[in-house]
Design a binder for this molecule. Structure first.
Ligand code: ADP
Ligand code: MG
Length: 341
């Protein structure tokens, strides 16, 4: 049973607050990869490299060619509740960036050794900051854009370190995040190295090519393109034919306003659309993006933002269900010869 305490109420120190928050934001190395990739995309980058060592536990270094961080803002980048992405409640309700909470870098810096090197387009050279928002900003060298280097995750929180799985497992989670994000942004080139070996490299390309590269030819050869709009809703991407279905649900990618989500309502809508063409024990494969007015969806439901809430969830469900069902129905009509030759 909990032991009663007679300690007085005290304000917690900043570092401890960040470490507590880090429990939600930085569950494992792949969560760091996600936050850093989202920041790189929010900065308008077109080229992103991800370097991992020892499953990301030893090191996660992400370099981008985005707009950079001005030297006087480097401490703020590592400060808690500091963001360049929203300034008001109204901005929060219309958020168009992947980040907005202003807590990822502060959380990461409270449980790992962080170095940010950045050069903005009008700076004569790069600057860097090491450690925390209290670190000093010093001149450095480097190309335009930003490198965020995160080393020795959980070095100061041994209890959390114990929860990490094997290097291979942690690496697998990191690679999955890179695939997930790369799939949604064929207009950006990505490369991924692990322990010095290049694992993946995707050049800027068409969505069709990027999804074939990441999901393989089996999916590329058995998918239908979808693009439908209705009022403020637009759905586009690819739905796999029943032959591209899987015994596991690992081929399902859904994005809402560019953000990967795992949403029961959306999964259900797609599943229901497959009902007539797919056995109950098989999982459809798909890459679908839903774009809508940011004011119609709340992404501020969970710190990792993997869950969203729609203002009109019934309308979204209906729209996704019908769009996918119509697409699948067209081909079964063609396959059975009812379409004109
Ligand atoms: P958030 O993304 O929610 O704003 P973060 O803690 O992830 O919070 O980042 C804090 C701030 O640091 C961002 O608002 C942004 O201004 C800046 N920043 C972080 N990463 C980058 C990057 N790769 N390029 C440019 N600016 C960045
Ligand atoms: Mg962020």
């Amino acid at each position: 049973a909990p032991v009663p305490t007679t300690r007085p109420i005290q304000q917690l120190p900043d570092q401890l607050i960040s470490q507590i928050a880090a429990g939600e934001v930085v569950e494992r190395p792949s969560a760091v990869v996600k936050e850093l990739l989202e920041n790189a995309l929010d900065a308008g980058s077109t080229q992103i490299t991800v370097r991992l060592e020892e499953g990301g536990v030893k090191r996660i270094a992400i370099t981008d060619n985005g707009r950079g961080i001005a030297p006087e803002e480097l401490p703020l980048a590592l400060a808690r509740h500091a963001t360049s992405k929203i300034a008001s409640l109204n901005d929060l309700e219309n958020v168009g960036t992947l980040g907005f909470r202003g807590e990822a870098l502060a959380s990461i810096a409270s449980v790992a050794a962080v170095r940010i090197t950045s050069r903005t387009p009008n700076a004569a050279h790069a600057f860097e900051i090491v450690g925390s928002h209290e670190g000093t900003v010093a001149p450095s060298s480097g190309a335009f854009g930003t490198t965020i280097d995160v080393q020795d995750l959980y070095f100061n929180t041994p209890a959390r370190r114990k929860f990490l799985k094997s290097e291979q497992t942690e690496y697998g989670h990191c690679a999955e995040i890179v695939r997930r994000i790369a799939l949604s942004r064929p207009d950006v080139s990505f490369s991924l190295t692990h322990n010095g070996r290049t694992i993946d490299h995707w050049n800027v390309s068409e969505a069709a090519k990027r999804s074939a590269q990441i999901l393989g030819n089996d999916f590329a050869e058995a998918r239908l393109e979808l693009e439908e709009g209705a009022g403020p809703l637009r759905l586009y991407g690819y739905v796999g034919l029943p032959t591209a279905s899987k015994a596991r649900a690992d081929g399902q990618f859904f994005y809402v306003n560019g953000r990967y989500v795992r949403d029961k309502l959306l999964v259900h809508a797609v599943r229901a659309a497959y009902q007539d063409v797919l056995h109950g024990d098989r999982f459809p494969s798909y890459v679908l993006s839903l774009d809508l007015d940011p004011a119609l969806v709340d992404v501020n439901v969970h710190p990792s933002k993997i869950e969203v809430r729609f203002r009109d969830s019934r309308a979204v469900h209906q729209f996704v269900f019908h769009a996918v069902q119509r697409t699948l129905a067209q081909t079964s009509a063609t396959a059975h010869g009812s379409a004109p030759a």
